[in-house]
Ligand binder design. Structure first.
Ligand code: UDX
Ligand code: ADP
Length: 471
């Protein structure tokens, strides 16, 4: 229990960044705290327009209802960055922190350009006292950089910096925000910490509000994601051994998951983990370990990412090997492109890499995802096929132009195809008319289920040649 309730009552919150984290988190704060005015700002006008429309820029079950309920009351989306920051008591930084693609630490370190720009903007326009909250996933000790920039403000404003990492998972963001396992708040000044504690205490039980020092909070976020990703890579490593030995990875998962010391979650073998966090955060951890002279620790964590890359390659290799060592000119239905179900996010989705490798084998892809737009898929494939100078050679451009078709449903994608590859575990794939689909496909009709989603025995009975992950 916290002893000293805050004398600072937060009335106006500004969140910089209207993305997958900032949008849902602020919508939930607005819903749970009707007495607080929440304004989300972004430099991307189109994104803000979408937040103000009926078609939100991100798909997340339950989010539309909350936004509709609060928008126009205490939830606002705007590009008016300066004015909103100036007006707020508390400013969340919730901008993207992708892995650096250039210069020192390329491929590992986080690109803090956007965070730094936010800190400079806050320093430039603030007056009075502000509590600045880091929400983006950041390398340990970023708060120090933010503090240094803020301390150079010439407006006479003063600042406290808190770290409040986000643990919501996409696809379940609303549930995770309503009922979080814990909320972590790191900081140095107890008054500032308490101000944020009081915001969350409007709906989160106080025993779930954990307060730590700044660095523990930042490191806990990276560590949580590294541990979760490690479980997925561990079970995926075992899936390879299952395929070689005749064991069934889903049976192994259940067997080990019932050990209460291990537990059942994050043991679902798959074509590989994706998303904006896991790989980025592990690489960040690796970079930090190297920076602090701990190469063995760095290698230990890096192996989680290596294993994940191997899993994606293994999936494609198995497809090619099984389909008589060639997929050239064969139509392959790709079911699902998002990195997991119930999101339209494709960042680091395994599907991008599987599609790239199949295209390089000259397969003809017919892709369907219920929430991802064709232009998003096209941009991701183009980006992953570019060379290091950002250029696409004629052969790759031709593959993207001629060998990729975007379809409106799973059955249309499977029509006349040699194989279906299930890459995202969307519920709608489970209930397809598989007899009709089989009849529309080339024979033998292969299914490569990268999510162990479909009913294995049922598909075999219906005449499909079915391969899952890990059996
Ligand atoms: C993750 C963390 O869970 C969240 O706490 C953090 O704030 C952000 O990063 P997210 O990336 O949204 O969330 O999704 P998550 O549910 O963790 O899944 C990540 C990837 O792992 C997905 O591609 C998913 O399909 C895969 N996965 C997950 C598996 O392959 N098997 C599993 O058992 C679990
Ligand atoms: P996340 O998953 O971390 O939420 P997103 O990429 O979905 O990441 O969202 C981050 C948002 O932050 C984007 O909409 C981007 O336009 C916005 N953004 C980045 N830099 C700034 C900035 N300096 N000021 C305002 N918004 C910014």
């Amino acid at each position: 229990m916290l002893k000293n309730p805050s004398p600072i009552a937060v009335k106006k919150i500004c969140c910089i960044g209207a993305g997958y984290v900032g949008g849902p988190t602020m919508a939930m704060i607005a819903k749970q705290c009707p007495h607080i005015q929440v304004t989300v700002v972004d430099i991307n006008q189109q994104r803000i327009d979408e937040w103000n429309s009926e078609e939100l820029p991100i798909y997340e079950p339950g989010l539309h209802e909350i936004v509709s309920e609060c928008r126009g009351k205490n939830l606002t989306f705007t590009t008016d960055v300066d004015e909103t920051i100036r007006d707020a008591d508390m400013v969340f930084i919730s901008v993207n922190t992708p892995t650096k693609t250039f210069g020192v630490g390329a491929g590992r370190a986080a690109n803090l350009e956007f965070v730094e720009k936010c800190a400079r903007k806050i320093a430039e326009v603030s007056i009075g006292h502000k509590i600045v909250v880091e929400k983006s996933t950041l390398p340990v000790r970023t708060a120090e950089a933010v503090k240094t920039i803020l301390s150079n403000s010439t407006t006479g404003a003063s600042f406290d910096v808190l770290s409040n990492p986000e643990f919501l998972a996409e696809g379940t963001a609303v549930e995770d925000l309503i009922s979080p396992d814990r909320v972590l708040i790191g900081g140095e000044n107890e008054t500032a910490i308490n101000a944020l504690v009081e915001v969350y205490a409007n709906w989160v039980p106080r025993e779930r509000l954990l307060t730590t020092n700044l660095w523990s909070s930042e490191l806990s976020k990276l560590t949580a994601n590294a541990f979760l990703a490690q479980r997925v890579s561990s079970i995926n490593a075992i899936s390879a051994l299952c395929e070689a030995t005749g064991a069934d990875v889903d049976e192994v998962s259940t067997a080990i998951g019932t050990d209460s010391r291990i537990g059942p979650k994050f043991l679902k073998a798959s074509v590989g983990f994706g998303g904006s966090c896991f790989q980025k955060d592990i690489l960040n951890l690796v970079y930090l370990c190297e920076y602090f002279g701990l190469p063995e620790v760095a290698q230990y964590w890096e192996q989680v990412v290596t294993m994940n890359d191997h899993q994606k390659q293994r999936f494609v290799n198995r497809m090619v090997r099984t389909m008589f060592n060639t997929v050239s000119d064969k139509r392959i239905a790709i079911w699902g492109f998002a990195f997991k179900k119930d999101t339209n996010d494709i960042r680091e989705s395994a599907a991008i890499y599987v599609c790239r490798d199949l295209l390089m084998e000259k397969a003809k892809l017919a892709i369907y995802d219920p929430q991802v737009k064709p232009e998003q898929m096209r941009a991701a494939l183009e980006s992953v096929m570019q060379d290091e100078n950002g250029e696409l050679n004629a052969m790759k451009r031709e593959l993207l132009d001629n060998n990729v078709q975007y379809c409106d449903n799973g059955a249309a994608a499977a029509d006349d195809a040699h194989a279906i590859a299930v890459l995202t575990e969307w519920d709608e794939f489970k209930d397809c008319d598989f007899e009709a689909i089989r009849d529309s496909m080339k024979q033998p009709a292969f299914v490569f289920d990268g999510r162990n989603l479909l009913k294995h025995a049922d598909l075999c009975d219906k005449g499909f040649t079915y391969f899952g992950i890990g059996f």
